[in-house]
Design a protein around this ligand. Structure first.
Ligand code: PMP
Length: 282
């Protein structure tokens, strides 16, 4: 695989980042993942807009222009012949001798690589997934997409250890989000519900688009908190993320939803989302 590091395209074995990089030593880094279908980038503008926001919230320097970022994405997709999968991008504050205080003139580290994988016809799209509930123990700025992914990894490992697929994180009795996705339910009267935006959760790019398309399709959407108990008693549940689009959830903390198969709203939203984002791919 050819990867990108600080201005260079290199075979992955030759790509190097300093051991003093603050991304490595202190998780002082942000990232984005842009999906690829038919060799084209989905939701590129949304991911880049969120990258700018993450960088600015952490007072990190912009690594390069948006035009250059698009060019690097496209070049990697081309060189690696990726038809389906994703492009991972990470910006760190840069390398300097280990110190909590950072120098103002650090040069950001920019790394991108592709991951070729099947995302459109993933088995979970037809079977749905099972989630457990876990207390959300992440830091309080989950709206910034940092590489501090240890707690979400532990939570997902716990779900796997219990024979399930993912964990929905719960704070003060309400679901914040999934370990790497936004959580949604469909009430028995057909209203689509997802948590309102705040610093408590990541502002998903897929979440925003799905909400827009649902409203355009005359579906009723509510942005508010919900509990695990409300989700267990909902008509349907699903999650959204850049790489899994809209994926049904069929079991929540031991309770099966409906007949345990993906519901019609989740299936319809997945179809709409795929058609719309494909049509806008660049
Ligand atoms: N929440 C978290 C914690 C995530 O890691 C992700 C994946 N980036 C999401 C939500 C979904 O965001 P997006 O739709 O932009 O992929």
């Amino acid at each position: 695989r050819i990867v990108y590091v600080n201005g260079e395209y290199l075979p992955e074995e030759e790509a190097k980042v300093s051991i003093f990089d603050r991304g490595f030593l202190m998780a002082d880094a942000v990232y984005e993942v842009c999906s690829v279908l038919d060799g084209k980038l989905l939701e590129f503008e949304g991911h880049i807009a969120r990258l700018h926001r993450s960088l600015s919230e952490l007072k990190m320097a912009e690594p390069c222009s948006d035009e250059e970022l698009l060019e690097i994405h496209r070049e990697l997709v081309k060189r690696n012949e990726v038809k389906e999968g994703g492009v991972y991008l990470q910006v760190t504050r840069g390398a300097s001798d280990r110190d909590f205080v950072w120098a103002k003139d650090l040069k950001p580290t920019l790394v991108l690589f592709t991951q070729a994988k099947s995302i459109e016809h993933s088995p979970t799209a037809t079977t749905g997934i099972k989630v457990i509930a876990i207390e959300d123990q992440r830091w309080a700025r989950r709206d910034i997409k940092t590489v501090q992914l240890l707690f979400p990894s532990l939570a997902k490992m716990e779900a796997k250890a219990q024979g399930k697929d993912d964990a929905w994180l719960v704070e003060d009795g309400f679901v914040t989000e999934g370990t790497s996705n936004n959580a949604w339910i469909v009430t028995k009267d057909g209203t689509i519900v997802t948590r309102d935006l705040s610093t408590d959760l990541l502002h998903g790019i897929t979440r925003a688009s799905v909400m827009k398309y649902a409203k355009e399709a005359q579906m009723k959407v509510e942005e508010r908190k919900f509990t695990i108990e409300e989700a267990q008693n909902a008509a349907e549940a699903f999650f959204t993320s850049a790489s899994a689009f809209v994926t049904p959830v069929v079991e929540i903390d031991g309770a099966t939803l409906g007949d345990g198969t993906p519901g019609p709203v989740a299936r319809r939203l997945r179809e709409i989302y795929l058609a719309e984002s494909r049509a806008r791919a660049i």
